[in-house]
Design a protein around this ligand. Structure first.
Ligand SMILES: [Fe+2]
Ligand SMILES: [Fe+2]
Length: 312
């Protein structure tokens, strides 16, 4: 199939591993899936310490389940990426540990305090839900298929984050004040979640033409703001004055100049210094379990190439 035919046929779940797809499509889909898978893993690593820090048994159990879900999402997506035949799962995991793999801007920032948890678990997961729901119609069938399970679980994640936010915002004055401060710190990053405005985005056009994406960054940001600005206010959070958000013809428009795009693009290249800690931790975690991979590989060799059941 050539690229023109791909563009002509592009539609929800149109292409699968049995199709002979041009390299251009396979590479673009791999880049998108790898970014998504990496983000799931890095998000899980950011939240993992909160299994310990959670203030009650229920919250610990919920955080533990959520972190496992996110790691599972990453693994599913690496498999969906692998089926494009460009990179193996191992290669993608190595790239992530080596600091070459790209992932979401929000997961480059350190998260230290409990009051910050709903910023990820409610707002970032809520933003992720917006994007992921549209990916159920992606043209790469294994991607869309993975989204069925992922979106189902993300729905719970958002409820979990919302429950923490509701609890904090109906807690002591101090909790409310600290939660508001965390919101002010995270809000610009959350607004940047969907990436630059459409005229600055480099990969959208092709991904849209071949049906990998179905909505633009601006459309997604718009849908997110319509739904989450009222939710933030409902729980008593005040939307910061900056970045400015104007209402024009019933639409929210974020004043792009109020956001730090230099920092965003530095993050996009994995060059944001505070975020290096996250990547180094990931590298250390991969290194720490290298012996498990070695044992499984040697078992596989001993079994004549048959992978042991626990290899994944
Ligand atoms: Fe996830
Ligand atoms: Fe999630």
């Amino acid at each position: 199939m050539d690229i023109e035919e791909v563009k002509e046929r592009a539609g929800p779940r149109e292409f699968s591993p049995k199709d002979d797809l041009p390299e251009e499509y396979r590479k673009a889909a791999t880049r998108m899936l790898q970014f998504h898978a990496n983000s799931e893993i890095m998000g899980a690593y950011l939240e993992r310490p909160f299994i310990r820090k959670a203030p009650s048994l229920e919250r610990k159990m919920a955080f533990s389940a959520k972190v496992q879900d996110e790691i599972g999402h990453g693994q599913l997506l690496y498999r969906a990426a692998e089926s494009l035949g460009v990179k193996t799962r191992e290669e993608m995991l190595d790239e992530l540990a080596e600091g070459k793999g790209k992932f979401l801007n929000c997961f480059h920032y350190p998260m230290e305090s409990w009051v910050e948890t709903p910023m990820i678990a409610f707002f970032v997961d809520g933003a992720a839900m917006r994007r992921q729901a549209t990916l159920k119609r992606s043209s790469w069938e294994p991607y869309a298929h993975a989204m069925d399970k992922i979106c189902f679980e993300e729905g719970f994640h958002v409820k979990h984050g919302e429950s923490i936010l509701a609890e904090l915002m109906s807690g002591s004055r101090k909790e409310q004040r600290l939660t508001q401060a965390a919101f002010e710190e995270w809000w610009p990053r959350i607004l940047q979640f969907f990436g630059p405005t459409d005229d600055k985005s480099t990969h959208h056009d092709f991904a849209a033409e071949v049906g990998l994406k179905t909505m633009t960054n601006d459309e997604l940001r718009q849908a997110f703001l319509n739904s989450y600005m009222p939710k933030a206010e409902k729980y008593g959070l005040e939307i910061p004055d900056e970045p400015r958000i104007r209402e024009e013809d019933g639409r929210y428009v974020v004043v792009d100049d109020d956001l730090d795009w230099d920092e965003f693009f530095q993050i996009a290249k994995n060059e944001y210094e505070p975020g290096r800690g996250q990547i180094n931790e990931r590298a250390a975690a991969r290194e720490a379990v290298a012996w498990v991979r070695d044992v499984l590989d040697s078992q596989e060799q001993a079994a004549g190439g048959q992978a042991p059941a626990a290899a994944d």
